[in-house]
Design a protein around this ligand. Sequence first.
Ligand code: SAM
Length: 311
Amino acid sequence: DTTHFGYEDVSTAEKENRVREVFANVADNYDVMNDLMSGGLHRYWKDELLRMTGVRSLAGALRRRDHAPVLATTTTWNDEDDGGRVGKDGGGGGGGGVPPDDGKPLLSILDVAGGTGDVAFRFVDAANCIERAKSSGPDEVNVTVCDINPDMLRVGEARARARYGSDLLDDARSLKFVEGNAQNLPFDECTFDIYTIAFGLRNVTDVDAALRDAMRVLKPGGRYLCLEFSRVSSDIPLLGRMYDAYSFHVIPKLGEVVANDRASYKYLVESIRKFCPQDELSRRMEAAGFVNVGYTNMTGGIVAVHEGWKP
Ligand code: SAM
């Protein structure tokens, strides 16, 4: 099958422009189409991504600390540098169990190619940012959505205001929407503890540059998680055939009928087919400097979450 705009033959700058155009076209219908095309499965995949980040466990620990001052007094906070702000048991003295309100978040999360905010909202909900925004306590979990496309960000920000009110967004308190390119992120090095990218990496023109820039903005010990369409396992040939038929026939048709935009949805399918398989992405992550690289297939390999750590 050939591409509708000769996807392989265009220059890098041209591909970037065309990707921009596709997401500008789909922004307003993006969330409805996501549900429709995946039969709601993208919600499950994103929930699993959140589970793998461990943020829910951290939020649970913060809640227990807030509600259990006796236990909390056995905790001191090592605040020597950005990366080392971890609780130590049994230290005695010091912070009295509550991290100092020095304006630095305990956990900084970056969701790249974050689009309309689906992954970021999962972090916000899991980390209970809303409750924290209402209290006068320190802003402990901080979520930044970065995307190259202002239209996707516009839809995301409107969804965030409708969902949470403005508390969370004003003064960039816990949730920020920032325009930027994954290959050259507008953030300082060693800024984030967790970097996620969901269904975004295959749209980036230079995947290796994006991996290197992820490495740059993560703190040492920080974690990278990429949720992306991948290769269906050859052990399940029937699933592979059904998935092919669905992708090449049903999805462009849905795009045409529901969003009146066959070309953009055809691009989405083609970009999935052209993206590298699981093992190759693992190798490229290692080449960018990530350690403990591995992946977890979901739904027979239709999607996979790749993980790695910055040493
Ligand atoms: N992460 C969201 C989700 O899972 O619902 C949105 C995924 S959407 C399929 C892909 C997103 O990648 C679009 O919002 C698009 O604008 C963004 N994107 C494409 N190229 C990018 C780049 N080079 N840097 C940052 N974002 C990019």
